[in-house]
Structures are given as C-alpha cells and as structure tokens.
Design a protein around this ligand. Structure first.
Ligand code: BES
Ligand code: ZN
Ligand code: ZN
Length: 500
C-alpha cells in the first residue's frame, strides 16, 4: 500500500530519501527547479551539461549528501507544452509520473517528495499513476528481493492554501480508490487461468459486493441453461467448470436517477474451443476476461465514490475449451432474447456470451445506456494497435460522453464505423445470424459489433473492443508486461461524470 500525503510549500522541508520534479519542455526550467537548486546548488549545471530540455522520456537522477545521508533529485521531462491540448498534456504528465515512480522503485527509494505545479487537478492523476506504476504481479516470484522494494510514501508539495489542501486530500483519496480498482483488475487478469476460473471470479465479485453493500446475483450453469441463455451455455459445454452470470447493482439514494449498465466479457481462458487456436495465439488467452475484471473492479470503486446514478455491472464468465462435449462448428444456439445463431467458429465465443448478457440487461432493467467491454477480436488489435480501444456505436450522444471520459481518464477510444452495410456480413442460411462475418466484408471488429447489435434493443449502446489495449501494451511507463486494467478508469469516470 502506498501512502500519499500533502506536505508544505516546498519539498526542501521534507525528510525523504528522494525529491521528484516534472519539467515541461519549452518551460522556464530554472523556475521549475527552484527547490532542487535549494537542495543541491550545482543542479542547474548538471541539467545544462546533460542537455536536459524537458523532452518526454528524459530523466536525470542526481545524488547528493544532506546532513550526512544520501539523497537523490529525480527530474523527468513532461514533453511538449506549446500547442498541446489539455488531454495530451495530461497523458504526457501521467507518463512522466510513471517514469519517475519506476525510477524511484528501481533505486529502492521508499519515500519521495514530489514538487507539484499547475493546480490541484493533477493530484488525482498522481495518486492513480503512482500506484499503477508500482503494480507488479509477483505472487509466484520466489525470491522477492529481485522484485521492487515498495515505495511506501509520496508527499505532494507546492503552492496551496487551505482550500486547495482540502480539495487535494479528496482527490488523493479518489485517485487511490481508482488505482486500487485498476490494480485489482490487473491482478485477476495476470493470475494463471487455472486459478482464476469463472467460479473464482464470481467469488471475487461476491466479496466486493458484501464488503461494499452492493446487491449481487450469480447464476450458475444449471440456471443459465434453464433461463434459455444458449450462447453462454454453448461456450461452457467443453469445460468442466460451471459458467457464471455475475450481476452487481449499485443504487444511488437520488430519486429518478438514470441507470447505466456495464457488461464485461469474462472468458477466463480462450483456447478457441474445437476451432482451436494455434499455440502462440493461445499463450496470453488468460487475458480474455479483462472486460469482466474491469467491470467488477470498477463496481467496487463506484460503491465507494457513490455517484448520483444507478450502475449495473454484468459479467458473463466461462472457459472456452475443446472436449467430447464441446460445441461444434455447425451447431445452432438460441439466446435469452429468442434469436438464434449458427456457430461456424467456436473461437468467436465472446459475442455468444455477450449476446445473452446484453439481452438479460436490456430485458430486466430500465436502462438509459449500456456499454460493453470485450477482448473480442484480433482484427481490432490489428486495426488500432495497443493504444486505442475500438468504439462502435450508433448513438452519437452516448459516444460523445464516452469519448470525453476516455480523454480525461487515459483509457483512449477510437471510433470505427457501424453502419447498415456491415449487418449483411453476419447473415446465415440456417439461423437468424451467424457468429462469424462473411469474408468478403473483412472488417472483423465491426462485424462482431454488428452481431452484438441484435441484443441491445433500442437502448443507447456503446461497444468497446479492448483486445489490443488489455494486455502487454508497450512503451507506456505506468504499465508493465501483462494486464493494463484498461476500462476501469473509463467506467469510473463515466459513472462519476454522468450527464443527461
Ligand atoms: N479472445 C479472442 C480475441 C483476442 C485476440 C483477444 C487477441 C485478445 C487478443 C476472441 O475470442 C477470438 O478468438 N476472436 C476471433 C474471432 C474470429 C474467429 C471471427 C479472432 O479474432 O480471430
Ligand atoms: Zn475466441
Ligand atoms: Zn475470446
């Protein structure tokens, strides 16, 4: 656990091991480093000699002795400030904080005073990113000395009056709640798939619900079959472990508040089923429950932050495995809303479990909006790479809200077209629709969305394909190899900034 507190005006008064400074490019560097000069008078000479200009990625770590003990000044570049929009500055700042924290961790720094300029809004981002950057999945590392020593204390310093301090304290608390949710989701995704199964995921959701006063319902495989959820049941047939439908509810005390549902794909391991994946493509398929992890973890943060809307979190969860009982290409299933689909490829399983979950949500709740998050298609990862999730929707107003939340939170989205032409791709000659797109239409991410569109009725709906963003995202300082927790920050931002 990281303890983030508010210090005084200047970092110089703090009794800490290291002092951190974030310096924008094209800025008055000397002004930003005033306190650093007070600690270590020769610092500007080092800055000049090393040609430090504040460019993104630049880092200077200068040791010095104070009162007989060793300290470090760590200076990182925040990149461009001229021309930059607010949201691109925010991301540059996040990456600078991430880099600073990672550097401090690598030097086994346990306490860090951070010089913060530019107002209070950054406090929330510092709290989130510092804790995201410190995350490391080390449950199975035997020699813990090899892993990072915890950075236990960060003290934020800068010009602030009592009002600012109150606001900053709130933002640190909020940021810590968000960070804990992000890291919890990452931990579930990073856990080996034989340990983190659908029933274990349901237990995690129950634990969160019990501790935070959320209503929860979990349907098991028998109940799922009985309710007519043929998609979820079909995917689970090859597995020895029961599939689960997890439903969590947060209710605000506000009357007439809108209700929003988040649905996350929870395939705890995707082998492809009988349409078996090649070995290399299967290596990271424990990540296929990233959408569900994001939704469940975000529900905990929402319970703590208490926004003025009702939030429903739904996670259909199953393994996708081959066996003598497994669903076969050519099989036809009937979903909760009565529609049927021909299964031509058992590796297109995400849309089958989401079809039932979306149908359940729109039938059993009066929803103002619904958003699903799913590691749905390799096609989306190829189209956009690891830095943007694919957003598909026909509801421009809801899209605008999601895009704004994405810009604020750092979980970025990029819209792909979802027009009537694509609906042709999922026609079937033997059922209402087919679970893979016609090859002539090619756009795999969009044809998957066209499939899901059959299950949301008239409710404003956004589909996010997070196949590229959920796992192994390179070159971002606050991530590591493995899970990113994509979607947690976005869901929380949406729920806490809802406007309608
Ligand atoms: N879980 C995969 C998609 C995926 C790929 C997630 C890479 C994360 C990284 C999904 O179930 C899948 O296998 N999709 C198929 C669909 C195809 C058979 C129409 C794919 O993308 O190849
Ligand atoms: Zn698959
Ligand atoms: Zn999958």
């Amino acid at each position: 656990m990281m303890n983030i507190t508010i210090g005084g005006k200047s970092v110089t008064e703090q009794k800490v091991r290291a002092y951190g400074f974030c310096v924008p490019q094209h800025s008055d560097i000397e002004h930003y480093l005033k306190d650093a000069v007070a600690l270590c008078p020769m610092i500007m000479e080092v800055v000049k000699a090393r040609d430090f200009t504040g460019k993104q990625g630049q880092i200077l770590s200068v040791p010095f002795i104070k009162d007989g003990s060793l300290h470090d000044i760590i200076i990182v570049g925040v990149g461009v400030s001229k021309r930059a929009s607010d949201s691109s500055f925010l991301e540059e700042y996040r990456r600078a904080i991430g880099q600073l924290v990672r550097h401090a961790l690598s030097m086994h720094v346990k306490s860090l005073a951070l010089h913060v300029v530019g107002g209070t809004m950054l406090a929330e981002q510092i709290a989130i990113i510092a804790q995201m950057a410190a995350y490391h999945f080390d449950d199975f590392i035997t020699d813990k000395k090899q892993t990072d020593t915890p950075l236990a204390d960060i003290v934020l310093c800068g010009e602030m009056d009592d009002n600012d301090k109150e606001r900053i304290a709130y933002l640190i608390k909020r940021g810590s709640i968000i960070a804990r949710a992000v890291n919890k989701a990452r931990h579930w995704v990073d856990s080996p798939p034989t340990l983190l199964t659908p029933t274990v995921l349901a237990d995690k959701a129950r634990e969160i619900a019990e501790n935070n006063n959320l209503a929860i319902t979990v349907f098991d495989e028998q109940e799922i079959i009985k309710m007519g959820m043929g998609g979820l049941a079909a995917v689970s047939r090859g597995s020895d472990i029961d599939c689960q439908l997890i439903i969590m509810e947060y209710k605000t005390a506000h009357k007439d508040a809108p209700t929003v549902a988040f649905v996350g794909k929870g395939i705890t391991f995707d082998s492809g089923g009988l349409s078996l994946k090649p070995a290399r493509s299967m290596e990271t398929m424990k990540e296929d429950m990233s959408g569900a992890a994001a939704v469940i973890a975000a529900m905990e943060a929402i319970a703590l932050l208490k926004p003025d809307i009702n939030v429903i979190g739904i996670a259909p969860s199953s393994e996708n495995l081959p066996s003598g009982k497994a669903t076969k290409p050519g099989d036809i299933v009937r979903f909760y809303n009565g529609k049927t689909a021909e299964i031509k490829n058992t590796d297109a399983e995400g849309r089958l479990i989401l079809a039932d979950a979306l149908s359940y949500a729109v039938k059993n709740y009066k929803l103002d909006a619904i958003m699903d998050l799913a590691t749905l298609t390799g096609a989306c990862a190829y189209a956009l790479g690891p830095y943007y999730a694919g957003l598909m929707s026909e509801h421009d107003e809801f899209v605008k809200q999601v895009e704004e939340s994405a810009q604020r939170s750092g979980d970025y989205v990029w819209r792909l077209p979802l027009t009537n032409d694509y609906k042709q791709a999922i026609k079937s000659t033997v059922a209402d629709i087919c679970n893979i797109g016609n090859e002539s239409i090619k756009a795999g991410a969009v044809t998957a969305a066209a499939f899901l569109q059959n299950f949301v009725d008239e409710v404003p709906w956004v589909h996010l394909d997070i196949a590229g963003t959920a796992f192994d995202v390179p070159n971002i300082s606050y991530y590591r190899p493995g899970a990113t927790g994509y979607g947690v920050r976005l869901i929380i931002d949406l729920a806490t900034h809802w406007s309608k």
